[in-house]
Design a protein around this ligand. Structure first.
Ligand SMILES: Nc1ncnc2c1ncn2[C@@H]1O[C@H](COP(=O)(O)OP(=O)(O)O)[C@@H](O)[C@H]1O
Ligand SMILES: [Mg+2]
Length: 542
């Protein structure tokens, strides 16, 4: 009797097995890494990303590109995850991490082809990553939190290549000052930086050098009524998350009015109710009101008469910042306001910033709130500046927390590669092959930096290796001159954490992709079956 086939998967599910599955995933992951590769380094190119709405983003920031690309292939998504984690943990080095992951997989493929089992590759890669972190520790340079100059160099390195070169010094200075104003030290002297304490507001117009730090909160809005004071000193700030309006009935209600008197009565009644709400606000003693919801026209009039500065439809994120800065509590019920719920700011001022009004809340109770007002020619310019500045803020924060830095320009990768090859020689068995491949993979960073700068990668790698062999541990690629030089003297420095995180995240992702030997995809939702030949989706993506 012939055996009945047994179906264990839902009809239409797709399944790819063994080396096919592996190959597809690796191909997809490599394609993603390849896509961001040309953006690496100061001479990297930009990508123009257009979303379904037609909005355009021009960037060379790895995390942004991968986020906007909307990638679907499961193998490819692993690389996107690497960039996302890198972005969340350090805020910079996202391209590096993605490119490294891609290269680890490329090299792993060679090993797979020569019959090395994925498990062996995985354990070799793990060993190599652990050793790499140890080696990095021997080449770190310590950076003191007081050393503003070095911190500015770190910020400058992060900004390099992001279209803000000409104002690098100014932006680096802003980033360092902003971060320094928000550092927290615990009793053991341990520094923590909460990046949330720095808020950036961008406004096209003016020049990049007009960008400035504001010690406090900037709200991109104006007061509801021009009769209200433009400037309030010694502001007692009320933060409301409820509207200053009459409640509308949930269901449709009808009131039958038969005489004009009744109409007047109804209006008077409504006015009185509104007056009551406004009085509650005025009675708190506040002279500045930030309301997350609406403020009725009549209420605006009463508030104006009371000499109060009021703003409506303030964003939730702004409300939170204001609450933190002024020490005020966000009120959800008008009947429960107490004077102690009010926050304090030395000054609330509405100002004109190139044709539109912005409100500056300064001299706050909590001085650890800093804003940066970014200026620049056009919308795209300020958007680019914001991404550059964000990277700078993050790396300065990380550098202050860890106080450990390394030089850049491909220098640590070359040193690691050489030391790891020596380490591989001490190992027995096939893991040795995997560690060697890992060591070779690291060279993809200096190689790509050279390629993107239009230099000959082989010449550059040979020269870098020989300098490092001579003990010149800070030798890296000066992409502008096409020469191998001391990167510390070139002011190219980065937090150590960028490198350790990139190596760990890339290794984990590569291992994860390697270990998959079966892709089972249900076809629910009608999306393109993932795990199949990446050809289709990948070509679309490129
Ligand atoms: N002035 C410079 N000279 C040489 N290399 C640099 C310079 N500035 C930055 N780099 C290198 O560029 C790489 C970072 O490139 P970047 O495009 O910012 O990608 P990522 O997203 O990985 O941060 C790092 O290896 C860094 O050391
Ligand atoms: Mg960077």
């Amino acid at each position: 009797m012939a055996a009945q086939p047994i179906f264990i998967l839902r009809e239409g599910s797709k399944r790819t097995h063994g080396s096919d599955a592996q190959h597809n995933n690796i191909m997809a992951a490599k394609a993603v890494a390849e896509a961001v590769r040309t953006t690496l380094g100061p001479k990297g190119m930009d990508k123009m990303l257009v979303d379904a709405m037609g909005d355009v983003v021009i960037t060379n920031d790895g995390a942004t590109i991968l986020k906007e690309m909307d990638i679907e292939h499961p193998g490819a998504k692993m690389i996107v995850e690497v960039a996302k984690t890198q972005d969340a943990e350090v805020g910079d080095g996202t391209t590096t991490a993605a490119v490294l992951a891609g290269e680890l997989l490329t090299k792993a493929e060679d090993l797979l082809e020569s019959g090395v089992h994925p498990t062996v590759i995985a354990s070799g890669y793990r060993l190599a990553a652990i050793q790499a972190v140890k080696i990095l520790d021997t080449i770190t340079i310590s950076a003191s939190p007081e050393d503003t100059e070095t911190l500015e160099k770190i910020a400058g390195t992060a900004i390099t290549g992001k279209g803000a070169e000409s104002h690098k010094a100014h932006l680096s200075n802003l980033a360092v000052r902003a971060i320094k104003s928000i550092v927290e030290k615990d009793e053991n002297g341990k520094i923590t930086v909460d990046i949330e304490d720095v808020k950036t507001e961008k406004r096209p117009g003016g020049s990049i050098k007009d960008s400035e730090i504001v010690e406090g909160v900037i709200v991109d809005k104006e007061r509801v009524h021009t009769g209200m004071p433009e400037v309030v000193k010694d502001a007692k700030v009320l933060l409301l998350s409820v509207p200053i309006e009459l409640k509308k009935t949930e269901t449709k209600a009808e009131i039958k009015i038969t005489t004009p008197d009744q109409m007047q009565l109804f209006l008077d009644q409504e006015e009185a109710m509104l007056r009551e709400i406004v009085d509650k606000v005025i009675d708190t003693g506040a002279n500045v009101v930030f309301c997350q919801k609406g403020i009725d026209d009549l209420a605006q009039y009463y508030l104006t008469k009371a000499g109060i500065f009021a703003m409506r439809r303030v964003k939730k994120s702004d409300m939170d910042k204001l609450s933190r800065a002024t020490g005020g509590r966000i009120i959800t019920n008008l009947d429960e306001i107490d004077e102690s719920d009010l926050g304090y700011a030395g000054m609330v001022e509405e100002k004109d910033v190139t044709g539109s009004r912005m409100t500056f809340v300064t001299g706050c109770k909590d001085s650890k709130t800093t804003s940066i007002l970014l200026r620049g020619g056009t919308e795209h310019v300020v958007d680019g500046l914001e991404r550059a500045l964000e990277d700078a803020l993050r790396v300065v924060g990380v550098a202050l927390e860890d106080q450990k830095i390394v030089v850049g320009g491909g220098s640590p990768e070359i040193e690691l590669s050489l030391r790891l090859k020596e380490y591989a020689a001490t190992l027995k068995g096939r893991e040795q092959l995997a560690v060697t491949k890992f060591a070779e993979s690291l060279e993809v960073i200096p190689q790509t930096l050279a390629e993107n700068a239009g230099l000959d990668p082989i010449d550059m790698l040979v020269e870098m290796r020989s300098q490092h062999e001579k003990g010149n541990k800070r030798a890296g690629l000066n992409v502008y001159k096409g020469k191998i030089e001391d990167m510390f003297e070139n002011n190219v420095v980065e937090p150590l954490r960028i490198k350790t995180q990139a190596i760990n995240a890339a290794t984990e992702a590569a291992i994860m992709v390697l270990r998959i030997d079966d892709v089972i995809a249900s076809t629910g939702g009608g999306r393109a079956a993932p795990g199949g030949m990446p050809g289709g989706d990948m070509e679309d993506m490129m």
